[in-house]
Design a protein around this ligand. Structure first.
Ligand code: KIV
Length: 263
């Protein structure tokens, strides 16, 4: 069973951490058989699987169902589940209740965005035995406040704020921090300053690890290719061609063949 202690050791030994955002049992089973360290049941599921325009639409029911599915597919992996939009802002009681639901669904830890204004929530979750992963920089639940998916922390004052927030998260007991879409120099500085691991996405090479969304690294969405995503497969083409080959076989009466027919 992978735990947060394994991530802490990886950070100490400078062994890069690999985290994959995935949402279902089948993909979790495949990831569990790879060299990845952890699965993030990201609230990006609201966009990737459910077709919503932003992560604001992820609900607790949605996150719990996908967390349970991922846990069934990956019984021994470290599974981090996102707390949905506004959960932390509704106060300690609501956040504890939601985190409890995700932990009972199979999460090892929860992730929440930001820290300023909900320090009490982070502290109480940690005190209650719930490992907390922070998320700073481009926090997608605030996309409407940012006016789009933009790099954060470029201005010195902004970068300073992100550094202070990372420090605060560590002080409050977070076990790791996702740094999303921040300048590489800033994420490298934060990583040097902190003892807990940083996991980057669009944050350069200087973090303790990297996370990508599985469907992005598989290239399943032909239209979505931000600069920070590397495609390790052309999944869209694979699916498109396979479905077309099936359609042609059906129409040519080539499927099913005799050996594919049940007696
Ligand atoms: O929801 C998500 O997939 C995430 C990652 C992009 C870090 O938060």
């Amino acid at each position: 069973m992978k735990t947060i202690t394994d991530l802490a050791r990886a950070r100490r030994e400078l062994h890069p951490i690999v985290m994959i955002a995935a949402y279902d049992a089948l993909m979790a089973r495949i990831v569990a058989g790879t060299e990845a360290d952890a699965i993030l049941v990201g609230d990006s599921v609201a966009m990737v699987v459910h077709g919503h325009p932003s992560t604001v639409h992820a609900t607790l029911d949605m996150m719990a169902a996908h967390t349970a599915a991922v846990r069934r597919g990956a019984p021994d992996l470290l599974v981090v589940a996102d707390l949905p939009f506004l959960t932390a802002r509704r106060g300690v009681a609501v956040a504890l209740e939601a985190a409890g639901v995700l932990m009972q669904a199979g999460a090892t830890a929860v992730k929440l965005e930001g820290v300023t204004g909900h320090e009490d929530v982070v502290a109480r979750l940690v005190e209650s035995g719930i490992p907390v992963m922070g998320h700073l920089g481009l926090t997608p639940q605030s996309v409407n406040q940012f006016g789009g998916y933009r790099v954060q922390g470029r201005e010195p004052a902004d970068g300073e704020r992100v550094r202070r927030e990372a420090q605060r998260l560590e002080e409050l007991g977070a076990f790791a921090i996702v740094l999303e879409c921040v300048p590489a120099a800033l994420s490298a500085t934060i990583t040097e300053e902190r003892t807990i691991p940083t996991i980057g996405i669009g944050a350069g090479i200087g973090t303790s690890g990297q996370v990508l969304v599985l469907s992005d690294l598989l290239g399943l969405d032909a239209q979505f290719q931000p600069r920070f995503v590397r495609r390790y497969a052309e999944g869209h083409t694979v699916v498109h061609e396979a479905v077309n080959r099936f359609a042609r076989d059906v129409r040519a009466a080539q499927f099913p063949a005799r050996e594919e027919v049940l007696a």
